[in-house]
Design a protein around this ligand. Structure first.
Ligand code: CP
Ligand code: NVA
Length: 343
C-alpha cells in the first residue's frame, strides 16, 4: 500500500464496494425492487491468473479463486509442491515463464525479496498475496470494512448495522484511533503506511525487543511517507488502547516462525486482547475488533473474538471484493490505475 497514493487506495475501495454491490444486489435495499444478479466486469474473460503460493492460505486463496470466476477468468493454483520453482528453477526464470503464460501473478512468498524479484522479471503485473514484510490485500479488506461500519464507532450508535446506502461513493470514515496490540508483522506494516495517510491515528504496543518492532525497510517507508507523525509506539497494551475506536491484532507466531513459539508465547504474555484490557485502558466504549485470521486464543479471547464488537467475519468476506477489484484493475485493465477512476 506504500506504493499507492491515498486517492488510489480510495479508488480501489470504491471499486471493491461497487463490485460487491453489483455482484450481491440484495445487499442494497434501495435496489432490491430491480435486484438482479449481473456481471460487474468480465475483464478476465479468456484470461488466466497464476496464484503462486509458497505458504498456506484459506481466505486469500479462496477469495482469489472465486473473484477470478466472477471476472470471467481462470485461476491456476500453483503451490510449492506443484511447480519447479525453488527446486529446479529460479525465481527469475519462473517469473518470465509464468508471466509469459498468464495475465497476472498473485504471489504469496517467504522473504519479501522474492516478490520483488518476481516483479522485476515478470512481463505481467505481480500482486503481493503476503510476504515476510507486507500483506496489502488484507489491509484493503480492513479498510473497506471500516467504511461499511463507519457509524458503529459513534456515541449514539445511529446505525447498529453496516451502512447499505451505497450510491457510488464510500461513506466517509471520521478520523479514528486505531490500536494494534501484538507482533510487528506483515499486516501491521501495511497499516503503518496506509492508516495515517487516511487520517487515522495509530497506537501500537509490542515488546521492546527489536524483533517485535518494525524492521528498517518498513520503517523507512513509514518515515518517507510522513506516517510516523501519526504513530505512537510503546510496550504497554493498556496504554496503547487508550481512546481506541478499533483494536486490531494478529497471530504472535507468523508462518515460518513456528520454531520460536515457546519464546514468543513468553514474550507476549499480557498482550491478549480482552474486554478487561480495553476497559481498564480507556478504549472508546464502542470499540470494535479486527483480526486477519487465522486466529489463536493467545492473542484474543473468545468473548471479544465471537462477541458483538468483532468485525472479523465481515473482514474475511471483504477479502474477496478487494482482491477482485485489484485483479480487475491490475490484471484485467491495469493501465487505468494511474490514469483515472475506473468506475
Ligand atoms: N488473512 C489471511 O491472509 O488468511 P489466509 O492466510 O488464510 O489467506
Ligand atoms: N502475520 C501472519 C498473517 C497471516 C494471514 C503470517 O504472516 O502468518
Amino acid at each position: 500500500l506504500a506504493d499507492l497514493t491515498p486517492t488510489q487506495i480510495n479508488r480501489i475501495l470504491t471499486h471493491a464496494k461497487y463490485l460487491k454491490t453489483t455482484s450481491l444486489p440484495w445487499l442494497a435495499p434501495q435496489r432490491s425492487k430491480n435486484a438482479r444478479l449481473r456481471m460487474p466486469s468480465q475483464s478476465l474473460f479468456n484470461k488466466s491468473v497464476a496464484l503462486l503460493f509458497s505458504k498456506r492460505s484459506t481466505r486469500t486463496r479462496v477469495s482469489a479463486e472465486t473473484a477470478t470466476v466472477l471476472l470471467g477468468g481462470r485461476a491456476l493454483f500453483l503451490g510449492r509442491e506443484d511447480i519447479q520453482l525453488g527446486v529446479n528453477e529460479t525465481v527469475r526464470d519462473s517469473a518470465r515463464v509464468i508471466g509469459g503464460l498468464c495475465e497476472g501473478i498473485f504471489a504469496r512468498v517467504g522473504d519479501h525479496e522474492e516478490i520483488e524479484e518476481l516483479a522485476k522479471y515478470s512481463p505481467v503485473p505481480v500482486l503481493n498475496a503476503l510476504s515476510s514484510l507486507w500483506h496489502p490485500t488484507q489491509v484493503l479488506a480492513d479498510l473497506l470494512t471500516l467504511h461499511e461500519h463507519a457509524n458503529l464507532f459513534e456515541e449514539d450508535q445511529k446505525a447498529q448495522k453496516p451502512s447499505d446506502d451505497f450510491k457510488g461513493l464510500l461513506q466517509p470514515v471520521r478520523p479514528l484511533t486505531v490500536t494494534y496490540v501484538g507482533d510487528s508483522a506483515n499486516v501491521l506494516h501495511d497499516m503503518l503506511v496506509s492508516f495515517p495517510r487516511l487520517g487515522h491515528k495509530l497506537r501500537v504496543a509490542s515488546p521492546e525487543d527489536a524483533k517485535y518492532r518494525a524492521p528498517k525497510p518498513v520503517w523507512d517507508r513509514v518515515v518517507q511517507l510522513g506516517c510516523d507523525k501519526n504513530i505512537w509506539w510503546g510496550k504497554d497494551p493498556k496504554e496503547a488502547v487508550q481512546g481506541a475506536d478499533l483494536v486490531v491484532t494478529d497471530t504472535w507466531i507468523s508462518m515460518g516462525q513456528e520454531a520460536e513459539k515457546a519464546q514468543r508465547l513468553k514474550d507476549f504474555a499480557g498482550y491478549q486482547v480482552t474486554e478487561e484490557l480495553c476497559r481498564e485502558g480507556g478504549a472508546n466504549p464502542n470499540w470494535k475488533f479486527m483480526h486477519c485470521l487465522p486466529r489463536k486464543q493467545d492473542e484474543v479471547d473468545d468473548e471479544v473474538f465471537y462477541g458483538p464488537r468483532s468485525l472479523v467475519w465481515d473482514v474475511s468476506d471483504n477479502r474477496k471484493w478487494t482482491i477482485m477489484a485489484l485483479f480487475d484493475v491490475l490484471f484485467g485493465k491495469w493501465t487505468l490505475l494511474a490514469e483515472k477512476p475506473f468506475v
